[in-house]
Design a protein around this ligand. Structure first.
Ligand code: ADE
Length: 239
């Protein structure tokens, strides 16, 4: 997959997308990430890309044209119009399922808003999808773009050792993940639950399922009420 990121602050992306799993995925060729400086696409001699908002109001807005030039250049280079996303607190809140869908695309272009955002006509012209990372406002779309790129990258085939690495964790099934433990068996007087040391696979599976249901109910009752419980789940919840 190829991810292009258009931003006023390309330097912010360096270390975050070069280390760890995403860094390895790039080195192994599963993923290509290219950052583009929005100012390089300005026609202004002083490389300005923003302007005041029509109708009044505080702050500055990023103009449509520099983004459009960048997207057009990318489309020509790629030989087709890529899927375009803008990071915005106004967008649909990102979920694991959405990240999975995006990971199946050949490429993504992520536009990072800043200041008051981006001229609406740019979004209309390119059918851009607005994505939010949560119901709070950050200073710009750069951190959200990194989060989206990370969430998508780890689900690309080959990036994690096994698909189970993400199919068994929080949010994949609609439940949150059960607690996990490593050595030592007793740490500061706290012992690992006995069942996990028993080697009894069926009991371990049931324990994990019950714990997933319990953690989801405690931390995210909204997720638990939306989850289609089966007969075993109902029994486990009552035990
Ligand atoms: N830009 C600022 N806040 C944001 C958010 N919550 N999600 C995506 N982009 C943003």
């Amino acid at each position: 997959m190829r991810i292009d990121i258009v931003t006023l602050f390309p330097e912010m992306f360096g270390p975050v997308l070069e280390e760890s799993i995403v860094g390895k995925a790039r080195k192994k060729g599963y993923l290509q990430i290219c950052c583009h400086q929005l100012r390089d696409f300005s026609s202004d001699p002083r490389r300005r890309v923003d302007d005041t908002v029509f109708g009044g109001g505080k702050g500055m807005l990023l103009a449509a044209e520099p983004f459009a030039r960048c997207i057009d250049e990318l489309s020509e280079h790629l030989g087709k119009r890529p899927h375009i996303i803008t990071m915005s607190p106004r967008g649909k809140v990102l979920t694991q399922e959405h990240a999975r869908e995006l990971s199946r695309k050949e490429g993504l272009v992520i536009l990072c808003g800043h200041y008051e955002g981006i001229d609406e006509r740019l979004l209309q012209e390119y059918g851009a999808e607005e994505v939010s990372i949560g119901d709070y406002v950050l200073t710009g779309g750069e951190l959200p773009a990194m989060i989206l790129a990370d969430a998508v990258s780890r689900m690309l085939p080959g990036v994690l050792s096994e698909e189970a690495c993400f199919t068994e964790e929080s949010h994949f099934s609609g439940l949150l993940e059960y607690p996990q433990y490593t050595r030592p068996e007793v740490w500061r007087g706290r012992a690992v639950p006995q069942v996990l040391l028993s080697g009894h696979h069926e009991n371990i599976r049931k324990w994990r399922r019950r714990e997933s249901l319990r953690v989801t109910g405690k931390n995210r009752p909204d997720l638990l009420s939306a989850f289609p419980l089966n007969a075993e789940d109902r029994k486990l919840l009552q035990e």
